[in-house]
Design a protein around this ligand. Structure first.
Ligand SMILES: *Cc1c(COP(=O)(O)O)cnc(C)c1O
Length: 381
């Protein structure tokens, strides 16, 4: 078999036809249960929590795109993350990226801790810092790369080799890069996760999560958890994600082209205190980002100096919608310290560099000339 190029794979990956009818868009199987011919004799589906043909098509599709053994679709990114953490047991310890998504920080520090799963947050851009966090009961490393909102990049291949030596489960949240730009399993990770609410859905109309595992053994274990805990994705939403994925390549390239143009514009302003984007040559992990991923993505964060200045700018913007979330066709803007990262205590935010003046933009696929003109008028004193 020859290896498909990425845009072809987005169209022909998984099993893109309905096996029953040949329909080129897998139908929405809006069904909860399935007729059995005799007790225990069925066509592979018994009950839709355990398996549903529409969800199954999406699960095969994402497994193919992430080059893994098996995929799983959940009712949200957090449900996917929760399911993966449910592979652990009381007494275990996890190491996580320090500026991880706020919801991941919250489940680890407010839910898993109560269940006896301990944690250490570390700067995963440095293997030394990660190694320092290792304990005799450490069972997993959870890395987000690039991170939200500071776009820090961790070396997946280096961390994967270390996890292998230490016999740890290595989980990567690939939400920001998507399988179009980055494939953590191919770099040695065991499980890759997505908030499919973001780029994979891509149209701000569905909340969903995906996980892909590297081998059948992990596949069995995660399917057991998915079925046992039940946070599955419904067939309508599974269908929307498949529809979204078809254009992932086109969208990711458009997001990136616009992001690069905006970064270039912002770089020329002396009123901006800092710009975070892996595509900038001044980004601390620029070379790694180039090596590890095929693109830099569409998220840019920059510091306008103060929370007040951030509010003023946002009030004047016309085409950057003030909203949580990211990764959809329309441009969005947020203030992490007061929105997505508000659940992280202030002192910890300061330590991480998530200042009050830091704004994050999720660059949409509009014409970048209009986006830049909008930023220009909003930033004018
Ligand atoms: C949004 C997000 C999540 C959580 O996903 P939901 O779909 O909102 O539950 C997890 N990780 C990252 C990086 C995210 O951006």
């Amino acid at each position: 078999m020859f290896r498909l190029k990425r845009k072809t794979k987005l169209i022909h990956g998984g099993s893109p036809f309905d096996p029953q009818t040949g329909a080129v868009s897998v139908p929405i199987y809006q069904v909860s249960t399935y007729k059995q011919d005799e007790i225990g004799v069925h066509k592979g589906y018994e009950y839709s929590r355990t398996g549903n043909p529409t969800r199954h098509a999406l699960e095969q599709y994402i497994a193919d795109l992430e080059e893994g053994a098996r995929g799983f679709a959940f009712s949200s990114g957090m449900a996917a993350i929760h399911a993966v953490f449910s592979l652990l047991s009381a007494g275990d310890h996890i190491i996580l990226t320090d500026d991880v998504y706020g919801g991941t920080y919250r489940i680890v520090t407010k839910v898993l801790n109560r269940l006896g799963i301990d944690n250490t947050f570390a700067d995963t851009t440095s293997l030394d810092e990660v190694a320092k966090a290792l304990q005799p009961n450490t069972k997993a490393l959870f890395v987000e790369t690039p991170t939200n909102p500071l776009l820090k990049v961790s070396d997946v291949a280096v961390l994967a080799a270390w996890c292998k030596a230490e016999e740890l489960l290595f989980v990567v949240d690939n939400t920001f890069s998507t399988p179009y730009w980055q494939n953590p399993l191919a770099l040695g990770a065991d499980i890759v996760l997505h908030s499919a609410t973001k780029y994979i859905g891509g149209h701000s109309d569905v909340v969903a999560g995906l996980a892909v595992v590297k081998n059948d053994k992990l596949g069995e274990e995660l399917h057991f958890v998915q079925n046992a805990t039940g946070g599955v994705l419904g067939p309508q939403d599974a269908w929307l994600l498949m529809r979204g994925l078809k254009t992932l390549g086109l969208r990711m390239e458009a997001h990136e082209e616009n992001a690069l143009a905006i970064v270039e514009y912002l770089s020329g302003l002396d009123t901006i205190e800092s710009i975070h984007y892996p595509g900038l040559r001044s980004h601390p992990q620029h070379e790694l980002a180039k090596r590890q991923a095929r693109g830099f993505g569409g998220i840019v964060s920059f510091d306008v100096g103060s929370g007040e200045k951030a509010s003023d700018m946002i009030r004047r913007l016309k085409y950057f919608t003030l909203a949580e979330s990211l990764g959809a066709v329309e441009s969005l803007i947020s203030v992490p310290a007061r929105m997505t990262h508000a659940s992280i205590p202030r002192e910890r935010r300061a330590l991480l560099g998530i200042t009050d003046g830091l704004v994050r933009i999720s660059v949409g696929i509009e014409d970048h000339e209009d986006l830049i003109a909008d930023l220009e008028q909003a930033l004018a004193e």
